[in-house]
Design a protein around this ligand. Structure first.
Ligand code: OSB
Ligand code: MG
Length: 370
């Protein structure tokens, strides 16, 4: 495959519901989409999952745009690779910036799968034709509002509920939730809002049988996560801390977590995600697919990745309609009444790209061709 053209564009999409985490609120997504074209004119699409500000991680839309344009495009444009799995290495000289890299890398996997005439999920080595879905529910204005949201998602069939927590909206809320929803599969995500001194908050949650506590402590502190894990019974799941398969290996070795959330952007694309999945599977550590409020393109890539055999827990990949009035793919992502998404049967990403819709929400675009 020769990378003949790379188009970068920013689209703006308003969320149906404001999403609040311990690091802030999101009302409108600014998404960098990448379209790569090969020598035969086959085009692949990728999505950069960087947020609107450098809060979940250092990358954000403006840094991703600048890094892609100034460094990643020159490193990949005009290059020929035998396999999409080699694209990440072309960008090796750039440190970090994995979300920006993943946009180009995943687009190349889309191309490769189309050229092979198979669905991307099969091309990646996926074995599950149906993926288990949960939802991630942001911090709400009141417990009543949270209860109402949970009722609605359970009625739609979702298999597990994740709530966002922050200091002041944590153990007390979980306690109330357990009174109302005694047996549901429930978990919390702190997005690094705590320190080891808060261990009592998590010890208080132990009696509520949570599936896991996601990323309670700092993104760059596996050592404290290992200490916290020794003080609580509930499994810790790492999100922000896992940027590579080496990170996963180290986290497992030091027992900083018992579950791993894999996000394509955070690890730098499909090839690295495959390596993380493998390290975890071989160590007997379950993984699940995280979400970054993706448009249909990123969502389709997530679905493909989540068919790999190690993805044994419900993920954060849910229906398009929970996020968007109108998605940019056709059909939109829908969830079955038993809370699952079927892997698409058609080659590549498996969803049609709605060009006109994308054009209508594009705010800037740059194309590079050789
Ligand atoms: O920590 O998993 C997270 C959204 C933005 C940034 C970080 C996270 C999230 C979510 C939402 O939890 C998952 C989704 O519904 O896409
Ligand atoms: Mg998380």
């Amino acid at each position: 495959m020769k990378i003949k053209s790379i188009e970068m564009r920013e689209i703006n999409l308003r969320l149906v519901h404001v999403f609040e985490t311990s690091f802030g609120r999101t009302t409108e997504r600014r998404i960098l989409l990448v379209r790569v074209m090969d020598e035969d004119g086959t085009e692949g699409w990728g999505e950069c999952t960087a947020g609107e500000g450098p809060f979940y991680c250092e990358e954000w839309i403006e840094s991703a745009w600048a890094t892609t344009k100034t460094y990643l495009v020159p490193m990949t444009l005009g290059r020929e690779v035998e396999r999409a799995a080699q694209v990440f290495a072309l960008m090796k000289a750039v440190r970090g910036n994995r979300m920006a890299k993943a946009a180009i890398e995943t687009a190349c996997w889309d191309i490769e799968a189309q050229r092979a005439g198979v669905p991307l999920w099969q091309h990646l080595g996926g074995t599950q034709t149906e993926i288990a879905c949960g939802v991630s529910i942001g911090i709400q204005d009141s417990p009543a509002a949270l209860f109402a949201k949970i009722e609605k998602e359970l009625a739609a069939g979702y298999q597990r509920i994740k709530i966002k927590i922050k200091p002041g909206w944590d153990a007390g809320i979980v306690e109330q939730l357990r009174v109302r929803f005694a047996d549901i599969q429930l978990m919390v995500d702190a997005n690094s809002a705590y320190t080891l001194a808060d261990a009592p908050v998590f010890q208080a949650m132990d009696k509520h049988r949570l599936m896991m506590i996601e990323q309670p402590l700092a993104f760059d502190d596996m050592s404290d996560h290992a200490k916290l894990q020794r003080q609580i019974e509930t499994p810790i799941c790492l999100d922000e801390s896992i940027r590579s398969s080496d990170d996963a290996r180290k986290a497992i070795e030091m027992e900083a977590c018992r579950i791993v959330n894999i996000k394509l952007g955070r690890v730098g694309g499909h090839a690295e995600a495959q390596r993380v999945e493998r390290v975890c599977r071989e160590a007997g550590v379950p993984v699940w697919c995280g979400g970054m409020l993706e448009s249909g393109i990123g969502r389709a890539h997530n679905i493909a990745m989540a068919t790999l055999p190690g993805f044994t827990l419900p993920g954060d990949v849910s229906a398009s309609a929970r996020y968007w009035e109108e998605d940019i793919i056709d059909p939109e992502v829908t969830v079955t009444p038993r809370g699952s998404i079927n892997a698409p049967p058609t080659p590549g990403l498996g969803f049609k790209i709605r060009r006109e819709r994308i054009e209508a929400v594009t705010v800037r675009k740059e194309t590079y061709t050789v």
